[in-house]
Design a protein around this ligand. Structure first.
Ligand SMILES: *Cc1c(COP(=O)(O)O)cnc(C)c1O
Length: 389
């Protein structure tokens, strides 16, 4: 065996599998025990210590996928995010968040951090310069999301990691939207990669989990505090996630292809005012996306023509489901104004570029012809009702 990294589908299928020594079955046996024999002080197996056989196997696969030395898996994306932040921040510290942040992370920042004496700033925009502007002498962490939700802005990971390294700041990224198939942030100098495994890693809208990948040193730091907070993942879900990851590269590549075609279709449609997809040449950050992504992902957003009602449009869809979550094999849509950004004032939303007619589209693996037909019939219905109203 050489040290050359294995192909992505081989990693997805094989790395970290738990060998079935007893019966030679083709898949990892599932070890459900929550009590293991005491062997010595160094090896204490316990589910909350992230070290059952299935947990350890899955962590190896995720580390291999993200090109890191180690990984940990959690009971949700928010558990991964909150445990990681709390491992690196203490009273008196400051953190810089990118402005366009996943709603749950934003909520965590504004409702939790102050209680612990941790201060935070949000950048004005998504460029490295915007993040740099918020750095203070006590800044310990910079936290980014690229591509971002819901407008798919792209942040220069190399630029962020360079400015952070100069000042000894730890960089973290929420890599959920890209998935490890389309983007490996540590190759661009980012220290810690976080995923909501509920999304592309799970991929079938039936798992809630989170993951963190980083150097062994950083993972040890997170582990130390995470065993106190206790957000590890149950072995049944670990096993199901391992199974889901076997097809992740196939799924995500199909979603990349479909999203690219859907973006092109929407961009050429007269009833659509704007399309946001990093794989479109018209996207503001297209060149940067080309540089740091190996696929542009399955997420895109678009604006209905002024006057067309987003909620009526979504109700008229027959195949594509209106849905809160994303990244399943089935296509789903969501109106940020009615859901994730409903609590924000219209003025604040528009400052971030989120208009009333904006729709976020999580493109699935269905045939694009069927998706196009569904959108066309829904647009026709909404237009007819708009004319009649
Ligand atoms: C869903 C999501 C999360 C939170 O993950 P949960 O598994 O719901 O806790 C974090 N970041 C992004 C970008 C997400 O889409």
């Amino acid at each position: 065996m050489t040290n050359k990294r294995k192909g992505i589908n081989t990693i997805c299928t094989h790395v970290g599998e738990v060998k079935d020594e007893q019966f030679k079955g083709a898949v990892s046996p599932i070890y459900m025990a929550s009590s293991y024999a005491f062997e010595d002080v160094e090896v204490k197996r316990y589910p909350r210590y992230f070290n059952t056989p299935n947990q350890e196997g899955l962590c190896k696969k995720i580390a291999a996928l993200e090109h890191t030395e180690a990984a940990l898996i959690f009971s949700s994306g928010m558990a991964a995010i909150s445990h990681t932040l709390m491992a690196f921040l203490k009273a008196g510290d400051h953190i810089v968040f990118q402005q366009t942040l996943y709603g749950g992370t934003y909520n965590f920042a504004v409702t939790q951090l102050e209680k612990y004496g941790i201060s935070y700033s949000f950048s004005e925009g998504w460029k490295a310069k915007d993040l740099e502007n918020e750095i203070k002498p006590n800044t310990k962490v910079i936290y980014i999301e690229t591509p971002s939700n819901p407008l798919l802005t792209i942040t220069d990971m190399n630029a962020v990691s360079n400015l952070a390294k100069e000042k000894n700041i730890v960089t973290m990224i929420d890599n959920t939207f890209a998935s490890p198939i389309n983007q490996n942030p540590v190759d661009f100098g980012i220290d810690i990669v976080i995923h909501s495994a509920t999304k592309y890693m799970g991929g079938h809208s039936d798992i809630c989990a989170g993951a963190v990948a980083a150097s062994q040193e950083h993972i040890d730091t997170i582990w130390q505090s995470s065993i106190c907070f206790g957000g590890s993942l149950s072995d049944q879900t670990v096993w199901l996630l391992e199974r889901s990851l076997k097809t992740m590269a196939l799924r995500v590549k199909a979603q990349n292809d479909n999203a690219q075609q859907m973006a092109a279709f929407l961009e050429n449609n007269v009833d659509i005012d704007a399309v946001y997809y990093p794989g479109l040449k018209s996207h503001e950050d297209y060149n940067l996306a080309m540089k740091q992504m190996c696929g542009f992902g399955g997420m895109l957003s678009f604006e209905l023509k002024e006057g067309l009602d987003a909620s009526a449009f979504m109700k008229a869809l027959q195949l594509i489901k209106p849905s809160m979550s994303l990244a399943g094999v089935e296509s789903t849509m969501l109106s940020p104004v009615l859901t994730s950004h409903a609590l924000m004032s219209k003025e604040d939303r528009e400052k971030q570029g989120i208009k009333d007619g904006l729709i976020r589209f999580s493109v699935g693996i269905e045939e694009v012809e069927d998706l196009i037909m569904d959108i066309e019939q829904a647009l026709a219905k909404v237009k007819l009702n708009t004319v009649l109203a």
